[in-house]
Design a protein around this ligand. Sequence first.
Ligand SMILES: Nc1ncnc2c1ncn2[C@@H]1O[C@H](COP(=O)(O)OP(=O)(O)OP(=O)(O)O)[C@@H](O)[C@H]1O
Length: 371
Amino acid sequence: MLKVQQVSKWYEGNRGVHKLDFEMQRGEIVGFLGPNGAGKTTTMRMITGYLQPNEGVITIDGIPIQDKGRQARSKIGYLPETPPLYEDMSVRSYLKFVASIRDVPAREQKLRISEMISRLGLNGREKQLVRSLSKGYKQRLGLAGAIIHNPDLLVLDEPTSGLDPNQILEIRQLIQEIGENHTVLLSTHILPEVDALCNRVLIIHEGKLVMDGRPDALGGSMEDGFKVKVEVKGKREQVLDVLRTWGKVEVESMATTLPPANTNLTAAEPDMTGLLLTGASGEDFREELFYVLSDAKLPILEMKKENLSLENIFQQLTTRETEEGQVSDPAVQDLHSSDTAAPTAITVEHGEAAFSDDKAEKDKDTGGNRS
Ligand SMILES: Nc1ncnc2c1ncn2[C@@H]1O[C@H](COP(=O)(O)OP(=O)(O)OP(=O)(O)O)[C@@H](O)[C@H]1O
């Protein structure tokens, strides 16, 4: 339904995005990842018709966004990073305003507004002024405004940024529900967001697409292998001996961990060995490790799969690209094929952020905050 063909936008200093090329099919929820300044917002603003590309073509259902902006935009809902809300309006009057500018027919507006209020959990707040809403409720209202005209494609720019953990979960839940009958492109810095919501991921770096694949394939693209942190009750040398004999893991780093102060372990029991292990084959070795150590009478007190951070993943993708000499003409890694899928899905705990923050360097065109 969405085609982005060889699209570039240039800003001063070789910044912007360069020859982006991807498609989205109806029903997909696509995560759009990249570090600060990678080009996510620029791309999304071109897709939503708020910014003209310097070259290339973007079409939605065959309609070119550059030439037939209004017609194309009626098929798209956009929630910018900072939702364009009018603080002095009430929730209902804001939705009425958006419905009008989004060309929702007058006779349907009342019904659509009521639907949005109940779907986005804004019941009881219809008369509340926007300024008095919490950030989470403002985001709900922004989402309501983005889908009030029932667009085919919903474009969300960092929809959970700045929310507290409960609000993040609520907004994710809403996006998941919206994704049941909308195609969604969602930019984020947060890997768990992709894990929770998306069935495909695009990674952009310095304005170029460096990966296009399934979130589980993302894990499979890593050369780091399967990593597990363990705490074993036993002497370090003894534990290492057993692992050496077993031969299926590498000990990557070691940390001597002492039991927490409130445990019943006495000072005479410092024989706790903390290890970070990497499987030689890249496969999940936790079950085998459990039996190997328990056979050796070395009880595992704690075992945890080390989750990849987006930063690790990203670093590896770009490093490999550099090694392969493809930086000037990056071949996007297409990881859709099940052959390349990882044996394990990425499971990442929530709250993880990635990438350094160079927002200060950005010189954004504030005109993008129109709805
Ligand atoms: N209006 C502008 N004028 C000049 N340069 C710009 C403008 N907008 C963006 N840029 C530059 O283009 C690059 C891409 O910016 P963009 O905002 O698209 O990145 P992003 O991936 O959305 O970043 P973030 O995650 O921080 O929002 C950056 O180097 C940025 O500084």
